[in-house]
Design a protein around this ligand. Sequence first.
Ligand code: 6PG
Ligand code: NI
Length: 188
Amino acid sequence: PPISPLSITFDGQTGTMSPEGPVLTRRMSDLAGLFADTAAWEAAVADGDPVVYQVASSPVPEAEGELPQSITTILPGTVAGEFHMTKGHQHPNPQGEIYLGLSGTGGLLLFDGERPQWIDMAPGVIGYIPPGWAHRSVNTGDEPYRFLAVYPGNAGHDYGWVLANGMGHRVYRGEGATPRFEPFTATP
Ligand code: 6PG
Ligand code: NI
């Protein structure tokens, strides 16, 4: 049955929602095949397998017609200079998605298979993901980067597409606050 109308409160500084649905934790070992420097990634997995990001969901189900929300918290850090990031995915049932920056600084890397695009994200910024664009979030700062995502409940999540096609760019710590972009190279 469809969910009843509800109010959800969230804390943009901690990334929690109330009432809260499932919370997903992605550790370094869950990001196999994504960072360019495989040896550095293996060393991080061996050295405590740190949490890279968490996704707290509201109770709204991933069902046709619904609009589920989640808050992603990406902890700061790099793997051989490449910023902590989400796995990234395509929505197999292509539909738009909205991100709202809550705390920290980061970016939204989008890729349609040909053109990489970048949106700087910070508190108060809405990043819009059009249908058909794969998306990955990157923490480009020194504190947790958090954003709220709202997406159609029947969009689905395809992670294999990003493993096969990459995201067009890789994002590294650069000079000062400006990230450095390099063309995507397949992980060996
Ligand atoms: C979504 C959103 C977002 C995303 C998380 C984690 O479609 O649900 O894009 O909530 O899932 O930021 O990123 P990954 O799904 O790529 O691990
Ligand atoms: Ni998405």
